[in-house]
Each structure stands twice: as structure tokens, then as C-alpha cells.
Design a protein around this ligand. Structure first.
Ligand SMILES: *Cc1c(COP(=O)(O)O)cnc(C)c1O
Length: 410
């Protein structure tokens, strides 16, 4: 008699993006003439860099000839790409070995799968608000109690509140936690950790033998000087941190699929000496994963240096110009906004303490603009909405013009 993984039943109902889609569709049905302007989901919209496309075309040509055809590659990723990633990190003064990199089909699956190598009884801390996969993967993994609908929290989870008072960058927890998920630049708040703020977490983790899972998917969006792009810029971080990153937001690989995870050899935890966690993740990937697409890897390699890098940087600049347009437009309307300077996300405070789903409905109804209600990212996301700068320029301009025409707050 088969049974299901009951932990799925604990997942908070009405997952954020399906609920946005449901409300948007319903509204469109009642307003069939209206053109909806989307600043909601964080999905890239601009064409892949030319150099990346050329590299992928060349790879397809190689695959079309039996003399140069290759089948399965290494589960950890092709050596040439791991070495290129190693060089890429040198620009931040970070030196890692190729065998510390694990190439994957994206950061989201790595962020979900990484919990496989940790025990069931680890206490988990997340930044609140947070990218949903950190929480949901641990709910399914059985590391939480039930969802409290009043508090919008899972029992047994530690929420590190990120709010206006702390500039959306929390301090390390008071008590002992075992796994800590951090994301900088942050999705959804757009906040970035300084060296000092990140060092406080590294020191905490070293002291408590905790492990930090650091998501740096937006590191290339840092435009201001002086912020760490990698957690390994912090002394001691190799002993306590895993870093996850992706080509999705840097080079437009959201559909191509390619990411990487770094598990340093020096990483330790309570019952694992240096080398053990690196070997465990290696084992996990070799057992459950058959490697990222070789076409995607050829494209990723091209994105890391030379023309491909410059063209990827230009993509980031394009989205950051959208971010500027959004940030300035919303400010003129009288809203209080954060982020959008070192991140493609603008975190806008709802007017007059309005609940975030109510503001979502208002923006849809009166401006025909879709944003993401902050409450969907955790309890501290209430009273904020996330506005995404992923979109064609002309649509972003239209959306902001519509908001400026229809809303005004003093
Ligand atoms: C978009 C995003 C990713 C990237 O996920 P992929 O699976 O590589 O596309 C990772 N982390 C965060 C916080 C993101 O917003």
C-alpha cells in the first residue's frame, strides 16, 4: 500500500505565483479589453548574448558529427567550465579549486536539493522575506511543523526578520540554528549584505558549527562598490558556507538552464570534518543527477569571459535601467521604495499600511499592472510588494506611466 509524503500537505496553500495567475486571469475575464502590464514574476525577457548563442551553435555542430559527438559528461560538470568558474571567482579575490564547483541545471534545484546532505533534525533559519524554495524544500524534507495561518510561519522554523529598521539585512539569530539560508543581493527586498554584516554570520556559523547556504544569483547586479559578490570574500567562509549561483539572471539562461554550487573542501559541520560535505554533495549529484546539458555548458563558458561577459554585463545594465525607471516612477507617485540599485527588484512599501494582496488588487484594477505581493515571501513581506525590472523597456515604461497617471500618495 503506497502512501504519500504527507509533508507536502503542510505547504501553505495557494502558492504565490499560481495565486497571482488566478487573480490576474479572473480580472482579465471581467476586463477583456484591458492590456495587462506585468512587473510580477522574475523572468528574463531579453535575447541571449550573441557570443553565448554562437558558442551553443558551435556545440550543436560538434554534436551533429560522430567524430566530435559526446554523450554523458561528468556529473559535476565539464572540467573546462569548472576551471572557467574558478578563474571567474579570482576577480573577487576568491581562490577555489575546480573540484569545489558542481555545475547543475540551475540554482533553484540546487537550493532545494542541498538539504539532502543534512540531517533531519537541523534547525533551519531563513531571511524573512525569502525566495520560497528555501522554506518549501525543508517543509517537504520534514524539518518543520505545521504552517500557522495567523502568523504566516512554519512551526520550528527560525525567521530572521528583514525590515526597514535593519535595512532588510538581519543580524545572526540569538539562539543556535544549524542551517542558515541567505540571499544577497536579496530576492525580494533588493538589499545587499556588506562585508561586516556577512562576517557576523560567518563568525556565528563558525562558532556554532552551522552551515550557511548563500544564494548569490544576483551578484552581477551589484553596481555599487564595496559589497561582497561571493561569501568567500569573507575570511573563514570556506569553513562554514556553501554558495549557489546561476547563469539565469546574469546571462538570460532562465530557459537554457545552468547554475553551479560551491561546496568547499574546508567546509565542516558538527559531525563532518573537512572534505566530508564536499564528498557527500559529490555523491548526491553522481547518484541523482546526470550532468547539465553540454550545450548549456558551452554557452555558460562563453558568458564568463571576453565578449560573452561584456554582452552579459550589457544585459544586466538593460534590466538595471528598467529598475531605475521603476524606482524613480514609484518615488514620484509618493511610495516609499527600497532596492533596485544593486538588484533588479524594487521593494515598495504599500501606502497607508495597506495589506500587500489588497495593493496587488488595486494596482491591477486601477493601473492594470501586476506586481508580486510581499506576503507571499514570508510574514515580514506583508505591507510590501516586489516590482520586477525584468521586462521589455517599452512595457516597463507603460506600466510606470500607468501607475503615475492613476495613483498619487502624499
Ligand atoms: C532566479 C533565482 C535563482 C535562479 O534559479 P535558476 O534555477 O538558476 O534559474 C536562484 N535564486 C534566486 C533567489 C532567484 O531569484
Amino acid at each position: 500500500m503506497a502512501t504519500i509524503n504527507k509533508n507536502f500537505e503542510k505547504l501553505a496553500g495557494g502558492y504565490l505565483f499560481p495565486e497571482i495567475a488566478r487573480r490576474t486571469e479572473l480580472w482579465q475575464k471581467d476586463n477583456p479589453e484591458a492590456k495587462i502590464l506585468r512587473l510580477g514574476i522574475g523572468n528574463t525577457t531579453e535575447a541571449l548574448p550573441e557570443a553565448v548563442c554562437n558558442a551553443m551553435r558551435a556545440k550543436i555542430d560538434a554534436l551533429s558529427d560522430r567524430a566530435t559527438y559526446t554523450g554523458y559528461g561528468d556529473e559535476q560538470g565539464d572540467t573546462y567550465l569548472r576551471e572557467a568558474l574558478m578563474h571567474y571567482y579570482r576577480r573577487y579575490g576568491v581562490s577555489l579549486e575546480a573540484t569545489e564547483f558542481f555545475v547543475s541545471d540551475g540554482a533553484k534545484s540546487d537550493a532545494a536539493n542541498i538539504q539532502d546532505i543534512f540531517g533531519k533534525h537541523n534547525v533551519i533559519a531563513v531571511q524573512d522575506p525569502a525566495y520560497p524554495v528555501y522554506v518549501d524544500s525543508n517543509v517537504v524534507g520534514g524539518r518543520t511543523g505545521l504552517f500557522d495561518k495567523q502568523k504566516l510561519c512554519y512551526d520550528g522554523f527560525v525567521y530572521l526578520k528583514s525590515c526597514e529598521e535593519n535595512g532588510f539585512v538581519p543580524s545572526p539569530p540569538e539562539g543556535k540554528v544549524d542551517l542558515i539560508y541567505l540571499c544577497s543581493p536579496n530576492n525580494p527586498t533588493g538589499a545587499v549584505f556588506t562585508h561586516g554584516q556577512l562576517k557576523a554570520f560567518v563568525d556565528y556559523a563558525l562558532e556554532h558549527k552551522s552551515v550557511i547556504i548563500f544564494d548569490s544569483a544576483y551578484s552581477e547586479y551589484i553596481t555599487e562598490e564595496g559589497y561582497p559578490h561571493s561569501i568567500y570574500e569573507i575570511e573563514g567562509a570556506k569553513g562554514c558556507a556553501i554558495e549557489i549561483n546561476s547563469f539565469s539572471k546574469f546571462s538570460g539562461f532562465t530557459g537554457v538552464r545552468l547554475g553551479w554550487t560551491i561546496v568547499p573542501k574546508a567546509l565542516e559541520c558538527e559531525d563532518a570534518k573537512a572534505g566530508v560535505l564536499n564528498a557527500l554533495w559529490n555523491r548526491r549529484q553522481c547518484t541523482f543527477f546526470n550532468g547539465a546539458s553540454n550545450i548549456a555548458q558551452a554557452g555558460g563558458f562563453a558568458a564568463l569571459s571576453g565578449e560573452g561577459y561584456e554582452q552579459s554585463r550589457a544585459l544586466v545594465d538593460y534590466y538595471m535601467e528598467n529598475a531605475r525607471i521603476i524606482r524613480e516612477g514609484l518615488t514620484r507617485v509618493g511610495l516609499t521604495v527600497y532596492g533596485g540599485v544593486n538588484s533588479p527588484y524594487i521593494w515598495a512599501k504599500t501606502p497607508n499600511g495597506m495589506p500587500s494582496w489588497e495593493f496587488f488588487d488595486l494596482l491591477l484594477d486601477s493601473c492594470h499592472v501586476v506586481v508580486t505581493p510581499g506576503a507571499g515571501f514570508g510574514p515580514a513581506g506583508e505591507h510590501f510588494v516586489r516590482v520586477s525590472s525584468y521586462g521589455h523597456r517599452e512595457n516597463v515604461v507603460k506600466a510606470i506611466a500607468s501607475i503615475e497617471e492613476n495613483l498619487r500618495y502624499e
